[in-house]
Design a protein around this ligand. Sequence first.
Ligand SMILES: Cc1cc2nc3c(=O)[nH]c(=O)nc-3n(C[C@H](O)[C@H](O)[C@H](O)COP(=O)(O)OP(=O)(O)OC[C@H]3O[C@@H](n4cnc5c(N)ncnc54)[C@H](O)[C@@H]3O)c2cc1C
Length: 288
Amino acid sequence: MIPAPFQYYAPKTVNEAIGLLQQHGDDAKLLAGGHSLLPALKLRLAQPAVLIDISRVSELKGITANGDRLVIGAGATYHEIATSEAVRSGCPVLAECVGQIGDIQVRNRGTIGGSLAHADPAADLPAVALALGMTINVMGANGARSITADDMFVAMLTTALSSDEVITSVTVPILGKGEGAAYAKLRHPASRYAIVGVAAYVKLDGDTVSACRIGVTGAGSVAVRQPAAEAALVGTSGDDDAVAAAANAAGDGVDYLGDIHASAEYRQAMVKVYTRRALTEAVRRARG
Ligand SMILES: Cc1cc2nc3c(=O)[nH]c(=O)nc-3n(C[C@H](O)[C@H](O)[C@H](O)COP(=O)(O)OP(=O)(O)OC[C@H]3O[C@@H](n4cnc5c(N)ncnc54)[C@H](O)[C@@H]3O)c2cc1C
């Protein structure tokens, strides 16, 4: 399939990109790795009159450790994140998550900013963003602001971004002693998208779970936290029974989708199974 005709711009700076977004309004779309947008253009599901290719904007590149945080440029590819020593040592769950996305072509082109902006219901990163409490840093015509992962994912393919905003970077916590996080996914055998994906973060104070965050993707139209399951684990020792009870409480707030790959009922059952797996591994890592 051939996309509908479009005008192409390749700005060198974020400010230039914002200017183009302002100038062309809803007719314009940012292009990063293209691994969600190009298929949509080719299928003519999207027909923007203007494409603003931000893949050469150097401000959007790079991964740096800054105190207890990693700052990852929106244009960092999955491959760059998966192979970054700073990410692998500071926040291994993120490296593991992006290392499981798609295939090598997708990982070489797809970007963290593109995935978070696209908010595909089956994307992996939103679950990990929710579990880690990532911050999404954006710039727009009205300046810079930060959006918490909890506020980012609004509905299917819909985020809290305004149409003139560009994600510039993502702030990710570096996990310390007593903290552990893990991602478990039931992957589509061909595309590797999440049929169900669960990310879990656990913090231990001594032998007691003092904090827990769980993000679920793939199961419904938008990635969501799991407050009931999180609350069920906090205050426990995080042993197998406590993890099983918490996993059993998972699933609230998910508007389960059914398709040719998995029924809504199957996804509902798998959310509990994968929550249990992710929590078990997160607790194991938190124990060190
Ligand atoms: C064969 C195949 C398999 C895949 N498998 C998986 C998988 O297993 N798991 C998974 O999670 N994903 C998967 N994907 C999707 C892939 O992760 C996409 O790359 C990602 O969803 C989009 O990132 P991108 O950089 O390619 O963005 P693009 O496709 O260029 O853009 C996507 C959207 O985000 C917007 N955008 C891009 N960058 C920014 C920015 N900095 N600020 C604001 N808006 C921006 C664009 O305007 C567009 O609307 C797969 C894709 C393919 C083609």
